[in-house]
Design a protein around this ligand. Structure first.
Ligand SMILES: [Zn+2]
Length: 309
């Protein structure tokens, strides 16, 4: 005859507690003791730069091979006016070299447009050649690793942005910093005025999958701003879109904008030019004109980084 054993509730409690320890505590302790188990440690920068790079010339639809430093000269010449201070040009050279290396390491085919970095091969100013030579092989390092996402943009007209507020990735060196000194910066208080119908049409063209409903004075409003003061979210009709989305849909220079609706007309007033993450080029020139070195400029716009080889 089968004998049914009575189960002691204390045994059940002990069993549950040991299971909880096994499921919760053990993984927790392992992660604390061995963080590399969940986060692969990135390799320290090995100082190796490619001698040659392959570059896709978009307009000519062909590839060229050129030395890495020649490529960087062409990028600095295309990306920053040579009227800028030489320390700003040096900062640009280091940022561009770092960013290019990051893309090469990621296996990206370099091209000559802003998709990678703008590049030109003709009439490279001596000032640019000098800035690239003076910073030969120098890159930005964060915690001994390549600061591969050394983004930059034209002018900020106020603080820069945390990377994650504009793009998807979070990087410790791409955080919001002051950039109020930008003498000579273009793109200030630029106005774009549209009728509400024109605005609705542009939004529908940019986002064909979204149903905006009726776009009227009462349904277009800035909802939130990011750390650097650019528009984070905006209500448009029935939808909520990002400031960056409105910027691209309307071709605004910056997501640092205000909007006002009068009658059936909507006006966007924007300041600054570019995405707002990383180094402001006009800000770099401003710092240089105040006597800062390229290392100081880079350490400001890319927090926690240092220039290394
Ligand atoms: Zn590209």
């Amino acid at each position: 005859m089968l004998h049914r054993k009575k189960i002691d509730p204390r045994h059940i409690a002990a069993y549950i507690i040991s299971m909880l320890l096994l499921i919760v505590l053990l993984p927790y302790v392992s992660i604390k003791l061995f963080p590399s188990m969940i986060k692969p440690q990135l390799a320290a920068y090995d100082g190796k730069l490619p001698k040659e790079v392959s570059l896709y010339l978009t307009k000519e639809d062909r590839y060229v091979s050129l030395s890495f430093e020649t490529y960087i000269q062409g990028v600095v010449a295309a990306e920053m006016p040579d009227s800028f201070d030489e320390e700003a040009l040096k900062a640009q050279a280091v940022a561009s070299r770092t960013y290019a290396l990051g893309r090469i390491n990621a296996g990206t085919q370099l091209c000559d447009t802003v998709h990678c970095q703008a590049y030109r091969s003709d009439n490279i100013p001596d000032k640019v050649k000098k800035a690239v030579k003076a910073t030969k092989e120098q890159v930005l390092l964060y915690d001994g690793q390549l600061a591969a996402h050394a983004l930059y943009f034209s002018s900020s007209a106020g603080p820069t942005e945390n990377s994650q507020d504009v793009f998807s990735g979070t990087f410790p060196y791409l955080v919001s910093v002051d950039s109020s000194y930008e003498p000579g910066a273009t793109h200030k208080e630029e106005k774009v005025t549209l009728t509400l119908d024109q605005f609705a049409k542009k939004m529908e063209e940019a986002f064909p999958k979204l149903d905006f409903g009726k776009i009227s004075k009462s349904t277009v409003k800035i909802r939130s701003r990011s750390a650097g003061g650019r528009v984070a979210t905006c209500r448009v009709g029935k939808q909520t879109v990002s400031g960056a989305d409105i910027r691209s849909a309307l071709g605004l220079y910056s997501a640092r904008f205000t909007l006002s609706v009068k009658g059936n007309r909507i006006t966007f007033t924007s300041s600054g030019s570019g995405h707002g993450v990383g180094m402001s080029q006009y800000g770099a020139d401003g710092m240089a004109k105040k006597g800062k070195t390229y290392q100081e400029i880079l350490a400001h716009y890319y927090q926690g980084t240092e220039v290394g080889k």
